[in-house]
Design a protein around this ligand. Structure first.
Ligand code: 13P
Ligand code: SF4
Length: 322
């Protein structure tokens, strides 16, 4: 029996004893993904967390994801193996920033806006939000808002630009935040890789700075537009199972390659930028997960007041789209 198998057996035993469900985001280390009860994208994991009948939710992901689970299931214990696992995108807007943005918008004589926040935000920001979204349902969420209502979309500028492009909505205003990992996958790098592999599909996460360049490449004929797919991590898995391509260039955090290769072992998946690794996601180490299950920490708490104000925005999010 290998050390990894022994570790996995101990993790499973402790999880069972605690009546805990283990959730892992698609960017987690391969061994964490493999030991979890469920892996998935932000939307799928939020839905599973909301429906779970376990006593405890152990969230192998970053802090805002565990907070979202706590908002949806306030009576459950929610644990994260390392509470320092933050998110540079969630850090790019505070509740105070959002309140002043909205006030300035109204002071400029604009009509009452609908605030749409990406799930990659703190619970305090969600408490100032009308409806949350993830990358898999952002377009559907914005389409659910009456045309005449302006939308303040935060915090990701690249996801915001993508939603604006797809919906054609001119009254959508976007905050200038970004994720340091996805923003670092640049257009020049993508163009070079795409040109050298003319038969490969391109799977691009909408948080990427290169998503717009990919559409330019498709627009000017450098790349066949059929090959360019802008997808959430869950959407990438669905596309991997149905594409006819034998190779795929992947523009997102590199943890995604593990699920893709497992889902479609015959396809050659390669990262556009193999340095695109999220240090926060990787704080959830095998040792940290074991310690979490042994000691029952780190516990994720959201104050009743913040959770109460954030809940309807998160519940609307999980009710919309695939
Ligand atoms: P999804 O898994 O929802 O596509 O989100 C990506 C992400 O960056 C989460 O941190
Ligand atoms: Fe946040 Fe980016 Fe890491 Fe996702 S990859 S958790 S958006 S810092």
């Amino acid at each position: 029996v290998s050390a990894t198998e022994e570790w996995a057996a101990e993790v499973r035993r402790l999880a069972e004893r605690r009546n805990a469900v283990l959730l892992a985001h698609n960017y987690q280390l391969p061994e964490i993904q493999d030991v979890a009860d469920h892996t998935g994208d932000s939307l799928a994991l939020s839905r599973i967390a909301a429906e779970s009948t376990a006593d405890e939710i152990v969230f192998c992901g970053v802090h805002f994801m565990a907070e979202t689970a706590k908002i949806l299931s306030p009576d459950k214990t929610v644990l994260i193996p390392d509470e320092r696992a933050g998110c540079s995108l969630a850090d790019s807007i505070t509740a105070e920033d959002l309140r002043s943005w909205r006030e300035q918008f109204l002071d400029a004589g604009e009509p009452e806006p609908v605030v749409v926040s990406y799930v990659n935000t703190t619970a305090e920001v969600k408490a100032e939000t009308d409806v949350c979204c993830t990358s898999s349902n952002a377009v559907d969420v914005v389409r659910s808002i009456p045309e005449e209502r302006p939308v303040l979309f935060c915090p990701d500028q690249f996801l915001g630009a993508h939603v604006k492009r797809v919906t054609g909505r001119q009254n959508l205003h976007v905050w200038a935040g970004e994720c340091h990992v996805h923003a670092g996958i640049n257009g020049a790098e993508l163009a070079e890789r795409a040109a050298s592999e003319p038969d490969a599909d391109l799977f691009i996460h909408p948080e990427c700075g290169c998503a717009t360049s990919a559409l330019y490449l498709a627009g000017d004929g450098t790349v066949d537009s059929e090959r360019v797919k802008i997808l959430s991590t869950g959407g990438m898995l669905d596309a991997a199972r149905s594409t006819g391509a034998s190779s795929v260039l992947v523009a997102t955090e590199v943890g995604m390659l593990h699920q893709l290769r497992t889902a479609a072992p015959d396809i050659d998946f390669r990262a556009v930028n193999d340095r695109a690794s999220c240090r926060y996601m990787k704080m959830i180490t095998p040792a940290a997960l074991l310690r979490c299950l042994t000691e029952g920490r780190d516990r994720v708490e959201v104050s009743d007041e913040v959770a109460r104000r954030a809940r309807s925005a998160v519940e609307r999010m999980i009710s919309i789209g695939r």
